[in-house]
Ligand binder design. Structure first.
Ligand code: NAD
Ligand code: UGA
Length: 460
């Protein structure tokens, strides 16, 4: 055990949350030893190279500040547990795909395995920090598993949900709106809470470190994601009405967002929200409400997901309809495949739905994306030769019957659309699922332009 460090921190699960979070703690707190473990050997190996397993602006620089100094990576989970005083658990908690609650409930099998590993390896008291997003009252189950240890080791379970967004993880962690720490209000619970507060206080102002009971912390995370997703479904629902009435969603967003009670952020209409968490966390909330007999509340939140599916569906339906009701054998270039810009993550990306719908119509799909091609290949591998992957957007657009912008990468705003127009099939179509392109200019070049929630600009 390294005695030159004040604290030994372990994180189980070196993914999108564990990786950046631990890198930030290690960079800001050289006095702590921070170790990340994962069952995936290749991931742990990649964290030790300059080719990190995830793309996140600023992350490599952050990792390099601490790697080998006080930030370490390992696959020896049991040794890591034995040595640590504080253990963050940030394993994945996807939607259950089998058995009771399939399609809604959280699949807690990875989380439970870590709890059992903790019991197995621990020889001294530890603070266990739930970093993963979990159903409210999960800490209770964690406590039950942990307390069933024959060695009588004491554990304190805290909830410290993570609010970072991908693409901005480093700045979100460095300057969070708040850090939330839930604990039991017992003497040992409060002591553990103070220990965790002290870690964050190394760089986060005290007034931004909120404390609460464990259940409020767990539920706040699900509620925050549900509220954020709800805003997108709300604006997307209005975008559908805009298209029928010749109102313009950008103008509506601006007008309602200037009301300080509403606020201007997260009002960007789109092809639909994606990402690994919004859908799964809302479905989890729905499942919990159903379990507590709150059917009306469950239905209320379920509709946020339903509107998102409607928006994705509406987008493809428009594409097919305006392209003379057939896309069979047509080349459709998808500009962007990640679920948002500045990440290579494609989990639940609206692009998956769009690509699959087009493939089902026998279209030929060309995917381009500056970071997400490896994940896109994996996601669509069953489609075989019907999908091409092309790094260069100009080449992706060559001979295309249509271009669909699915991710708001800045580079798509800056392309030479005259050059693209010259190389595409005519009539030329652009479907802007992110409203990032200069629509009038494209129309003047010759494209037929179909934004979200705005009147289309067509030459026929
Ligand atoms: P991820 O899939 O990127 O990472 C999870 C890691 O845990 C994987 O590398 C996996 O191999 C590892 N793992 C699984 N079981 C393990 C075990 N028994 N022992 C050791 N390692 C194990 O997932 P993520 O996106 O980092 O999400 C993790 C949690 O954080 C989820 O609950 C998610 O809801 C939540 N969350 C995610 C984000 C985000 O932006 N991705 C933001 C906030 C919260
Ligand atoms: C979201 C939350 O913003 C984080 O606070 C949370 O920690 C995280 O989920 C999580 O729990 O995983 P993330 O999914 O990484 O973060 O990214 P967001 O910026 O929230 O975007 C989610 C989706 O909504 C993206 O597809 C994005 O393009 C879309 N979106 C976002 C819109 O369509 N319109 C908007 O106005 C904003």
């Amino acid at each position: 055990m390294e005695m030159r460090f004040d604290k030994r921190i372990l994180c189980i699960g070196a993914g999108y949350v564990g990786g950046p979070t631990m890198a930030m703690i290690a960079a800001k707190c050289p006095q702590y030893q921070v170790t990340m473990v994962d069952v995936k050997e290749e991931k742990i190996a990649a964290w030790q190279t300059d080719n990190l397993p995830i793309y996140e602006p600023g992350l490599l620089e952050l990792v390099k500040q601490a790697r080998g100094r006080n930030l370490f990576f390992s696959t020896d989970i049991l040794a890591g547990i034995r040595e640590a005083e504080i253990i963050f658990v940030s394993v994945n908690t996807p939607t259950k795909s089998f058995g009771e609650g399939a399609g809604k409930a959280a699949d807690l099998q990875y989380w439970e395995k870590t709890a059992r590993s903790i019991v197995k390896a621990s020889e001294s008291p530890k603070i266990i920090v739930e970093k993963s997003t979990l159903p409210v009252r999960t800490a209770k189950a964690m406590e039950r598993i942990l307390s069933a240890n024959p060695k009588g080791v004491r554990f304190e379970v805290l909830s410290n949900p993570e609010f970072l967004a991908e693409g901005t993880a480093v700045t979100d962690l460095e300057n969070p709106d708040r850090v939330l720490i839930g604990s039991r209000e017992t003497e040992s619970g409060l002591r553990a809470r103070r220990e965790l507060v002290d870690i964050y206080a190394n760089w986060v102002p005290r007034e931004k470190i909120l404390t609460s009971n464990v259940w409020s912390a767990e539920l706040s995370k699900l509620a925050a994601n549900a509220f954020l997703a709800q805003r997108i479904s709300s604006i997307n629902s209005i975008s559908a009405l805009c298209e029928r009435t010749r109102a313009d969603i950008a103008e509506v967003s601006r007008a309602i967002g200037m009301d300080q009670r509403i606020g201007s952020r997260f009002l960007q209409a789109s092809v639909g929200f994606g990402g690994s968490c919004f859908k799964k966390d809302i479905l989890n909330l729905v499942y919990i409400c159903e379990n507590y007999g709150l059917q009306e509340i469950a239905e209320y939140w379920q509709n946020v997901v339903k509107i998102n599916e409607y928006q994705e569906h509406r987008f493809v339906k428009t594409m097919i309809r305006v392209m003379f009701n057939t896309v069979a054998d047509k080349r459709i270039a998808l500009f962007g495949f990640s679920f948002k810009k500045d990440t290579g993550d494609t989990r639940e990306s609206a692009a998956i739905y769009v690509a699959r719908k087009l493939l089902a119509e026998n279209a030929r799909v060309i995917v381009t994306d500056p970071q997400a091609l490896p994940n896109a290949r994996e996601e669509l591998k069953d489609a075989g030769a019907a999908v091409e992957y092309e790094e260069d957007p100009y080449r992706a657009a060559e001979n295309a019957h249509a271009i669909a912008v699915l991710t708001e990468w800045d580079l798509y705003r800056e392309l030479d659309y005259r050059r693209i127009y010259a190389s595409v099939e005519k009539p030329a179509f652009i479907f802007d699922g992110r409203n990032i392109l200069p629509h009038q200019e494209l129309y003047e070049i010759g494209f037929n332009v179909f934004p979200i929630g705005k009147p289309s600009l067509r030459h026929f």
